[in-house]
Design a protein around this ligand. Sequence first.
Ligand SMILES: [Zn+2]
Length: 108
Amino acid sequence: MAEEESGQRGRARVNAVHLKLGPLAGVVKEALLSSYEMACEGTGLQGSRLVIEEIPLVVYCPKCLAPRTIESVQWFACPECRSPVSEVIQGRELQVVALELEAVEIQG
Ligand SMILES: [Zn+2]
């Protein structure tokens, strides 16, 4: 996905890919980082860095009628009133949020 986007912006080299990762994305940060280099080999992303921003899990508490940030994915309850919650507002994300590009000079 990131490679496609950089291609659309003309000749530019990707320095870094910034990714948002939620606790419910089903992907472990370490696994992503370790597979990134291999996945980029031979593509326009070769040599770029993967910067992962881990975002917190936010749910909607039906009792407080407010969004709450959950510290642990194992403890799926409102941190204020201890009510069980099920509505996830944020936390499933696995998306590219930014690309750091470096323009490549074309000689000749
Ligand atoms: Zn609550």
